[in-house]
Design a protein around this ligand. Structure first.
Ligand code: GCO
Length: 454
């Protein structure tokens, strides 16, 4: 069996992580600018002021994307390039930039996939309470309106928000990401709930402004993996993935069930009963529950479990020396299989892998090339598991490698390299890594190269 003929092969990046030009073109400040200013927050004091300078190197970068043979590129829009104060005044220069980006892609036969919010929240709105303020639903709607009115004639593929688990959990709970808050559960859940209602309202606006729209979101995949393929281990892993037994936001379905099924998981409502008091208003669940065209998710790894004596999942500790990336995330290719299979069965929507990849210890070698065999092997293994899910009946429409180029890895600054394209941050020179050339072969053969058939 092959990858579907219509399968889309792409790569992804996000505005704050690559654009730079923080003070150029009328862009307003966002919460990541704020966090980066605070000493000790970002490794080595890095910030996104320059990024990879993608804003100023747009055409050259698009040429490189074309060299890789990308059929699609998932990018995100910087809210404050469009609305410097978050709402109100529209900055035409910002809209022009995304016009050029989209037109440049289309001219090169690269299909645009736009994410409205990949974490760079307007500082001006943060000062008014940010996502904790219920008005944030209307603010996000206004932003969606401005963007889709302008780009909706050319962009069909939309994702509302990237990884709410992270911008809520890490940004407002753990405090390690912007805006760096440590809310307690009632405020944290309110933040999450407002983001979800904002998602639903945004879907309606996209639908109204883009006649051909194809809409989803990009939550993070949190999956438990069966240690063996015994029926007991699989059942235990499934239950661990889709149950909420203690207070946590690290569950995909906590955010995806409301979006796709129209309700929070029952066990989560019990666990969080007191914390949720006053947060969910009449009509909210209907507002969140808007028809989606695909189920997107970002996937990197999973936690291995096996069935304990009572059938419930118990964690399996890794063998010492188990392969890991420079994020210290374990290489677990089967997460791709189980997540794809389970999310497809649960949500009955075509799946899109909105992010998958690894951070690796890459540099330019003496021969001028960037040899990154780990990235090739990692991606090969994960894509074989994606293929296995397709063989088992999951409809999968697209795969986006994270990332198209090295970039600002949030609180870790520039110290992790996820790209298919290497960026020298001293000179901003770009070099296609060996994996980029390899990926080109995968794309050209529509995945047959992965299966050893070309
Ligand atoms: C995320 C974001 C990306 C990250 C990537 C690697 O998942 O955190 O979507 O912006 O850079 O996932 O951590």
């Amino acid at each position: 069996m092959s990858f579907p003929k219509s399968f889309t092969w792409g790569a992804a990046a996000a505005s704050y992580q690559i654009e730079g030009a923080a003070k150029q073109g009328g862009r307003g400040p966002d919460v990541w600018d704020m966090l980066c200013r605070e000493p000790g927050r970002i490794e080595d004091g890095h910030n996104g002021d320059v990024g990879t300078d993608h804003y100023n190197r747009l055409e050259g970068d698009l040429d490189l994307f074309q060299q890789i043979g990308l059929q699609a590129y998932r990018f995100s829009i910087s809210w404050t390039r469009i609305l410097p104060e978050g709402v109100g005044r529209v900055n035409e220069i910002g809209l022009d930039f995304y016009d050029r980006l989209v037109d440049g892609m289309l001219a090169r036969n690269i299909t645009p996939w736009a994410t409205l919010f990949h974490w760079d929240y307007p500082l001006a709105l943060y000062c008014r309470g940010g996502w904790l303020n219920r008005n944030s639903i209307d603010w996000f709607a206004e932003y969606t309106q401005v963007v889709t009115e302008r780009l909706g004639d050319r962009v069909q593929n939309w994702m509302t928000q990237n990884e709410p688990q992270c911008f809520v959990g890490l940004g407002h709970g753990g405090g390690g990401h912007a805006p760096g808050l440590k809310y307690h559960w009632p405020e944290l859940l309110r933040t999450a709930h407002h983001a979800l209602v904002a998602h639903g309202e945004s879907v309606k606006i996209i639908r109204a402004n883009c006649p051909q729209s194809h809409i989803g979101a990009a939550p993070v995949a949190c999956v438990s993996l069966p240690e063996t393929e015994s029926a007991e281990d699989i059942r235990a892993a499934y239950e661990a993935t889709f149950s909420v037994t203690d207070k946590t936001l690290w569950k995909t379905h906590l955010f995806a069930d409301p979006m796709v099924l129209g309700h929070y998981p029952d066990d989560a409502l019990k666990v969080f009963a007191e914390d949720l008091e006053g947060t969910i208003l009449d009509g909210d669940m209907e507002r969140i529950h808007q028809p989606l065209d695909f189920f997107g998710f970002n996937i990197y790894n999973g936690q291995r479990v096996k069935a304990g004596p009572d059938g419930k999942a118990v964690s399996v500790t890794a063998t010492p020396g188990h392969p890991a990336t420079t994020m210290h995330w374990r290489v677990e290719p089967t997460c791709m299989y189980w997540a794809t299979k389970w999310f497809h069965e649960r949500y009955k929507l075509p799946v899109v892998i909105t992010e998958n990849g690894l951070a690796n210890n890459d540099w330019v070698h003496l021969d001028g090339k960037v040899h990154d065999p780990q990235r090739i092997d990692f991606t090969h293994r994960y894509l074989l598991e994606l293929h296995r899910a397709i063989e088992d009946g999951a409809q999968v429409d697209a795969y986006f490698h994270w990332s198209v180029m090295d970039n600002f890895e949030w609180a870790l600054g520039y110290n992790r390299r996820f790209g298919l394209i290497h960026v020298d941050y001293g000179t901003l020179v770009r070099t296609l890594k060996e994996s980029a050339h390899w990926y080109r072969g995968v794309i050209e053969s529509n995945g047959e190269a992965l299966l050893g058939r070309v």
